[in-house]
Write a protein that binds this ligand. Sequence first.
Ligand code: DGL
Length: 268
Amino acid sequence: MPEKEEIVVFDSGVGGLSVLNKMRTFLPNERYLYYGDISNAPYGKRETAEIQRLTLAAVEPLISEQTKALVIACNTATSAAIGLLRQKYTGFPVIGIEPALKPAVEYTRTAVKERMPCILVMGTDRTLLLPKYRALRSRFEKQARIVELPATGLVPLVESGKRDGSEVEALLRSLKASVAQFAFDAIVLGCTHFPFVSEAVLRVFGPVPQFDGGDGVARQTARLLRGREARDKGGEVLFLSSANTASEKERYETLCRALTERKETEVK
Ligand code: DGL
């Protein structure tokens, strides 16, 4: 039996690359298969059953004897389908992502004294509505005032290669208007696409610490694979997608290259 030697990373599009980047830092010698369901993104405004169907259908052909772990690098797909995936795949760890509310609350516990801290959670419409996030929120609502901001509209911008500039900033400003009465102590980027617009978020919302779940997922995967780390795959990635046309494929490839730039590779 050959060694299982591939970590499958799934997202509705290119957002999961923000997680893949962290995974390659924590587990630098693995081989990765990254899949973006770009022809169906964004998932964030779809119904739960549809997200479940799309996720299960996209993941199935990616799984093989070689699969060492499956990482759902998408808050929306995790919230909708992680239970179904764990039922279906039992021979390897299935790791999901959730909005990084816990690290944000931990940060405010020491940074904000003598008043209730206020935390903004940005996510897709569906993530913020689903029971998984509602349960997470209820664990922390005694420790912080938690304000949600559905921001699925940012996803198509990132998918089209826009990370900064007037369109991203204009959308962020209009989103901010709906929560203008609050002063935030921390911002949770609860969608894996959002770390790619973090500089624009900083400009629009000001110098407030931002938290995303990528680190937690990478640490958890490394912990679950301890003792079984690959030594020689060098972090190589095979990028696959549901692109239908040559131009979609080209756009995806260009974005994958741009969003996975690794400084340490340049240094070598
Ligand atoms: N990147 C995904 C997430 O973390 C979802 C984006 C979408 O397709 O709406 O929620």
